[in-house]
Design a protein around this ligand. Sequence first.
Ligand code: HEC
Ligand code: HEC
Length: 190
Amino acid sequence: MVSATLLLAVSTLVPVPPPAPIPGDEGASLPPRDAESGEVYYQRECALCHGLKGEGTSRGSPLRRTNPYYGTSTIREGRTNSKPYDIPMPSYSEQDLPKKKLAEIWSFLRKESVSRSGEGLYNSYCMNCHGIKGEGGITGISLKNKQQVLGLWIRFGGGDDITHIETYMPSFNQLELSDEEIGLISEFLK
Ligand code: HEC
Ligand code: HEC
């Protein structure tokens, strides 16, 4: 008589056949994640915190016109000092999020038009760091009465340590913000 344990041992050696395909569903499969566009990657990974089109949520800042050079550093390093947000910004390596896909994310975010009024420009380019209407925000750097130096700071930026939002300011060229638009921002901050 064959013992129960032996039967069990033998049965574990028999390879389990793959599950039969659901009729009508043969050949249907998800595309490999590598084939995913930057936009789809963004929606899967980032939208929960940054909003479906980069408009921001209570879990993450708006990304509408974040400077890509500075933004890429934030994405690679992550950020832990994320007051006023509860959950820190995770980091994504080159392997998680290759350069090409990241470039697609920047273009996707830039497809969404932003208001080119003084207030709209300020909110899309400066508010994440300097707070509502230049009050100081996360950096604590107020823009009250800074009209004279506004243009210089925008063109040249400041600070060396790109991983610190409190000390690093990215620069913005003519293509991103024209001289006229800097004037509008200046008006808005008066
Ligand atoms: C769990 C929520 C969460 C997820 C997921 C997330 N982020 Fe963030 N992200 C944040 C928070 C919070 C901040 C603000 C951190 C701070 O300012 O200290 C941030 C900041 C950023 C910044 C800097 C913005 C600025 O103006 O300072 C960029 C760029 C960014 N995230 C891009 C992304 C991208 C792209 C993805 C997806 C690949 C992503 N994030 C996924 C929460 C998240
Ligand atoms: C990623 C964060 C960040 C963004 C975005 C940003 N800034 Fe700044 N800004 C800073 C930091 C940090 C400093 C201080 C740098 C230093 O002291 O070297 C600063 C300094 C300044 C100063 C000088 C303040 C002073 O006290 O002399 C002005 C003016 C200014 N920013 C205007 C702007 C405007 C206008 C925008 C939008 C077009 C903007 N910044 C976007 C972080 C930022």
